[in-house]
Design a protein around this ligand. Structure first.
Ligand code: 3HC
Length: 284
């Protein structure tokens, strides 16, 4: 079955980026969110991202308009019924995701694929909440989606080989490199990345160096494009805390305990860029 129409649930930071790359690759794209305002913000972000290309001369204004025209927005989940594949990119909350996925399972035709962009929840468990676990897969994009070249394709216990292959092929058609990963806490990339980010927070909390010095250290000493604390702000401290808690509880290993400062900052509502303040200030 050829994938022609892709549904995206969630117009937030990941959802709108995924919608952009799907439309850029020529797919009919339906972006669904519960709030009209979230959809408007999502389209605004996509236009801002595409305008970089127009300014650089890699895209014309007509191409930008044609790409955005391939993205239909809706607040009604029923409008996803025509999709050959739906990528769920809602808030990282298991109860909410299960509810969304069960609703989606009822709407989609049999054989359509359900993918989730979760960064930390078990693919096997989410799949089991639907009637089609063999057509359910993890499709983990990286932020910012239009720029980052990787998609992790995560197979749950019951994901069929054919589903994983179709989704890896789809990722390649979006211009991404796909790596196949077995379901496990943090999958492959976050299992490695998030403890490093958490360690940077421990380094700050223990007063070993300032935020600027830690970030300069990792940029200049290890050639990272941005420092770990700036990356925490980009990923979202709430998301990072969720991943660390999953690693900590699943592996029952103290090496994954979240830094106290991370928990404190999340409790204070300092989530990073999205809330305007994290390790750095993003006040307009
Ligand atoms: N949309 C489109 N293009 C964008 C963009 C966006 N949102 N953001 C940046 N770009 C493009 C720019 O136009 C520029 O293109 P050019 O080289 O052709 O001119 C290029 O990316 C570089 O951008 P900038 O010069 O503005 O800024 P930087 O050099 O700092 O690069 C970055 C920005 C690519 C985001 C870089 O800082 C980076 O690679 N950061 C690390 C990102 C990372 O590690 N992401 C993974 C996070 S983990 C995750 O997502 C998993 C989750 O589950 C937690």
């Amino acid at each position: 079955m050829a994938i022609q129409t892709i549904g995206i649930i969630g117009a937030g930071i990941m959802g709108n980026g995924i919608a952009q790359v799907c439309a850029a690759a020529g797919y009919q794209t339906i972006m669904q969110d519960v709030a009209e305002a979230a959809l408007e913000r999502g389209i605004k972000t996509i236009n801002a991202s595409l305008e970089r290309g127009v300014r650089k001369g890699t895209m014309t204004e007509a191409e930008q308009a044609a790409l955005v025209a391939r993205i239909r927005t809706t607040t009604r989940a029923e409008d996803l019924a025509d999709a050959d594949l739906v990528i769920e990119a809602a808030t990282e909350n298991e109860t909410l995701k299960v509810k969304i996925l069960q609703g989606l399972d009822r709407i989609l035709r049999p054989g359509a694929i359900i993918a989730t962009n979760t960064s930390s929840i078990s693919i096997t468990r989410l799949a089991a909440a639907t009637s089609r676990p063999e057509r359910f897969v993890g499709m983990h994009f990286f932020n910012p989606v239009p720029v980052m070249a990787l998609v992790e394709v995560i197979s749950g216990l019951q994901t069929s080989e054919a589903t994983a292959q179709e989704v890896a092929e789809l990722a390649r058609s979006l211009g991404k490199t796909a790596i196949g990963v077995k379901n496990s806490a943090g999958f492959a990339v976050n299992r490695i990345l998030c403890p490093m980010l958490n360690e940077a927070i421990f380094t700050l909390q223990e007063g070993i160096a300032s935020a600027e010095e830690i970030d300069a250290g990792m940029k200049l000493g290890c050639n990272h494009p941005i420092g770990p604390l700036a990356l925490c702000d980009m990923v979202g401290l709430d998301t990072l805390l969720a991943v660390m808690n999953v690693l900590y509880t699943t592996f029952n290993d103290p090496k994954y305990r979240p830094a106290t400062l991370l928990q404190e900052m999340v409790d204070a509502g300092m989530y990073g860029r999205k809330s305007g303040r994290g390790f750095y200030s993003y006040a307009k």
